[in-house]
Design a protein around this ligand. Structure first.
Ligand code: OGA
Ligand code: MN
Length: 208
């Protein structure tokens, strides 16, 4: 398994420190993306994808006027090997950010995500009002041959204005969960990603 390059780790930490977000390509290789997409297919066939909810664990609702994606939470200790490759790499990012940016990240929670055609996620912040434990959001896109007409860009609302990011295969986007407002524009083709958050406390898996 090719390791994450030191240069990529530096880029993530530097960009996050400078601008509260980071974008790096080739976080996963073409072969790794293919293997993860096979895992998506297995979970899809097994009926594991559910409509995503909004709100924290005390206050959860499925509101399809806000978001229309389908998700399956990843159990870190029970992940299939292509998923584990991704988690190991996120682990390296977590350790690096803790060493260089003193973020105090303890854990991360991650889900597989599918936006079917017509799906979107309206403008929001990832840190919930009551529980501020999400520190860094990360999304790795898996859309091979993504075309502009497929839509589904990640739109970030930054101090300098709007930035639209194409969800192309192998790209990793990270941002501060407490400050970067964002939305997912309407998709016109299936949009696949791995989506997660680095947390400053250990997770309670009882909600799974
Ligand atoms: C989210 C989210 C962005 C994306 O799941 O909270 O904002 O590009 N995802 O998938
Ligand atoms: Mn979000």
């Amino acid at each position: 398994m090719p390791k994450l390059q030191e240069r990529q780790l530096d880029q993530i930490a530097d960009q996050l420190a400078e601008q509260d977000y980071a974008i790096i390509d080739n976080f996963l290789s073409a072969e790794e993306i293919d293997a993860v997409l096979n895992v998506f297919d297995i979970h899809k066939k097994d009926g594991k994808f559910k409509r995503a909810a909004i709100g924290d664990s005390d206050n959860k609702t499925v509101d399809q006027s806000v978001r229309k994606d389908l998700i399956k939470w990843i159990e870190n200790d029970n992940a299939k090997s292509p998923t584990q490759v991704f988690l190991n790499r996120i682990d390296a990012v977590k350790d690096f950010l803790n060493r260089t940016c003193f973020l105090g990240i303890k854990e991360y929670e991650t889900h597989f995500t599918i936006y079917p055609p017509g799906a979107f996620y309206k403008k929001h912040l990832d840190q919930f009002n009551k529980s501020g434990h999400r520190k860094i959001s990360f999304i790795c896109y898996l859309n091979v041959n993504w075309q502009p007409e497929d839509g589904g860009e990640l739109r970030m609302f930054l101090p300098d204005g709007i930035l639209d990011i194409a969800p192309t295969a192998g790209r990793l986007v990270c941002f501060r969960s407490d400050v970067v407002e964002h939305e997912v524009l309407v998709c016109h083709a299936n949009r696949y990603s791995l989506t997660g958050w680095m947390l400053d406390q250990y997770i309670d898996l009882s909600f799974l």
